[in-house]
Design a protein around this ligand. Structure first.
Ligand SMILES: CC(C)(COP(=O)(O)OP(=O)(O)OC[C@H]1O[C@@H](n2cnc3c(N)ncnc32)[C@H](O)[C@@H]1OP(=O)(O)O)[C@@H](O)C(=O)NCCC(=O)NCCS
Length: 161
């Protein structure tokens, strides 16, 4: 663990928002899943950099299921929060909402977890600050995050991974 002081998830929490334009969508006005995945990666990466205060690279993004379509003209917001940290890795959970801003209606479209690794000046993995747990919910998030991270690392070692 880093010698730097542990930080709370609230120190790095971030929300990125973007209005969906025609270039984000197919010919029927439905936003491409890849556009949302990129925003998720950017929001999660920003939270990870805020936590590590180092450059980071994405090492894993868990599978995403889109629960409802997003349309041109809607405001997409990706809210990212650090849920678990290892020695050099940081797991961030992102919650995605689409807002029909004329109707004032928000829809949860999907959630996703991504893992980043902090890099030192030689681009090698380096220690990250610990994560302060400030609530029962954050303790549960931590335990779930640790289990997910163990599963990711185990899966990546399977032949053919
Ligand atoms: C991320 C990277 C630096 C890790 O290098 P590495 O030699 O595997 O380093 P380590 O074995 O020390 O692992 C570093 C951390 O990554 C974690 N990790 C490794 N493989 C992982 C996986 N498949 N899923 C989640 N975490 C993983 C390790 O558990 C470790 O975390 P910890 O220190 O908190 O325990 C290297 O794989 C890399 O550069 N990948 C490309 C990243 C990139 O370019 N991403 C952009 C999108 S392509």
């Amino acid at each position: 663990m880093s010698e730097r002081p542990a930080k709370a998830a609230s120190d790095s929490r971030v929300t990125l928002s973007l209005i969906m334009m025609p270039e984000h969508a197919n010919m029927y006005g439905n936003v491409h899943g890849g556009v949302i995945m990129k925003l998720v990666d950017e929001a999660a990466g920003t939270a990870a950099v805020r936590h590590a205060q180092r450059p980071v690279v994405t090492v894993a993004i868990d599978s995403m299921t889109f629960l409802s379509p997003v349309h041109v003209g809607e405001l997409i917001s990706c809210s990212a929060k650090v849920t678990y940290v290892g020695r050099t890795s940081i797991e961030v959970r992102v919650t995605v909402e689409a807002e029909d801003i004329m109707a004032g209606k928000k829809t949860h479209t999907n959630s996703a977890c991504a893992v980043f690794v902090a890099l030192d000046d030689d681009r090698r993995p380096c220690d990250v600050p610990g994560l302060l747990i400030t609530s029962d919910e954050e303790r549960r998030d931590w335990e779930l995050g640790r289990a997910r991270q163990e599963a990711r690392v185990t899966a990546s070692k399977r032949p053919g991974a």
